[in-house]
Design a binder for this molecule. Sequence first.
Ligand code: NDP
Length: 300
Amino acid sequence: MTETTARIIDGRVHAERLLTRVKTEVARLKTERGLQPGLAVVLVGDDPASQGYVKSKGEQSLAAGMHSVTHRLPADTRQEDLLRLVGELDVDPLIHGILVQLPLPKHLDESAVIAAISPDKDVDGLSVINAGRLVAGLPSLVACTPTGCLILLRETLGDLTGKRAVVVGRSLLVGKPIAQLLLAADCTVTMAHSRTVDLPSVCREADILVAAVGRPRMIRGDWIKPGACVIDVGINRVPFDNPEQAAAGKTKIVGDVHYKEALGVAGWITPAPGGVGPMTVAVLLQNTITAAKRQAGMVA
Ligand code: NDP
């Protein structure tokens, strides 16, 4: 059996700590400034995973003491109706953050919907303006999952200056903003993707290896530099290893990293589930507080 070297980065513990800070700040804003941060979440359709994420976002924002509204729209919602709702939320003074759960049904234009959210309320950090501000080093609302990854890395490793970081995946939602955050933290960053030549060798250079690919267990143990810190963003649903359970159609979640192999090589690793995932909602609430403060003129 492989010997375990890796320490587990428990995302639930880190997320709980952040949620405690969020609750304290919401209470302070209410008492001292009469300001209750408000979050609106919009779900179109009935994708089970999206329904779960939206439920959790609604419950946790309420638990943090925020004003929280959830709009559930049918899968055949027309583009103009979705845009009208987003437009109403955008001018609603009680709403400081708007999140439209992605992916949207195929007939809807995601870019147009994201563009309809003003950058100051774009708590998912997906607008072109917020993405550009991040690159320019200006105050912005940064996508929640990447911010969660950076918090985990800082709380685990401390100062990240000079570390070699490899990010596998270059999506606008995850890979690109993570790379920008690592660059801003003075890491030397390589972005890898489906056209990268000899990906295992590139990964082996990493002190910090971030996997955001969407391919179950793609990153093998021997792709990892001994002692590296591995952040596994992937959420992939696969059949159970046990043939009987698999035959019964049972599935489980695994990451983009081969967890069992990685345990014997890495210095630290996030499990999937229970690693990056819990941070995403906690950061969403933190972003909503930031948005509320900016809209109230309290911070730059
Ligand atoms: P996308 O499908 O948008 O992007 C995947 C990226 O991986 C692309 O840049 C693609 O490269 C790259 N890629 C695909 N195949 C390979 C390969 N064989 N070798 C190297 N690179 C490859 O996915 P997302 O970024 O949206 O999500 C990535 C993962 O993170 C998913 O599992 C998703 O479920 C999970 N996720 C988890 C969240 C959380 O809260 N924990 C939140 C959001 C996402 P190319 O650009 O060349 O096509």
